[in-house]
Design a protein around this ligand. Structure first.
Ligand code: DQA
Length: 146
């Protein structure tokens, strides 16, 4: 089986970026941890981060409809694109595979504009406010349900 872990804008700065909100663990650490955990269950996990909306749309196409062996599911933290991107939403709808939306912070306890997501109604589930273990929980769901 094959999964993708996708992180959006500014998440390459994890560990340094507003650590009171987003924690001190780096994205590299999270990606390595999830890849190791996935490998134990014979799952290949491809990690991708971009600050560019179109690059994420391209990536979802490449690992999805354009791939010889498409991914079976996606764990995604769209970051700021959560609140703005119809294009990434449409890319996930086109792919038509289960995805889980993760946020490190509790988006509902922050500015009101963070409460709206273009992804949640299409997601299998949404995990927010639990820090980086939210990613591990999403992977656990796929391990159990793939
Ligand atoms: C975030 C929450 C978003 O509102 C914000 O734009 C981010 C990170 C989170 O993980 O808490 O960049 O997705």
């Amino acid at each position: 089986k094959k999964l993708a872990l996708i992180n959006g804008a500014n998440l390459h700065l994890l560990g340094k970026r507003e650590p009171h909100l987003y924690g001190t663990t780096t994205l590299h650490d999270i990606e390595q941890r999830l890849q190791a955990q996935a490998a134990q269950h014979a799952i290949e996990l491809i990690a991708f981060q971009s600050n560019h909306e179109g690059a994420i749309v391209d990536f979802i196409g490449e690992i999805g409809l354009l791939a010889a062996r498409p991914v079976d599911g996606i764990i995604i933290n769209p970051a700021a694109f959560t609140h703005s991107s119809i294009a990434i939403r449409d890319a996930l709808s086109a792919l038509n595979k289960p995805f889980i939306e993760v946020h490190l912070s509790n988006v509902h306890a922050r500015e009101p504009f963070r409460s709206h997501s273009y992804f949640s109604d299409k997601a299998v589930g949404v995990i927010c406010g639990l820090g980086d273990i939210g990613y591990d929980m999403a992977l656990q769901w796929f391990i159990k349900n793939l």
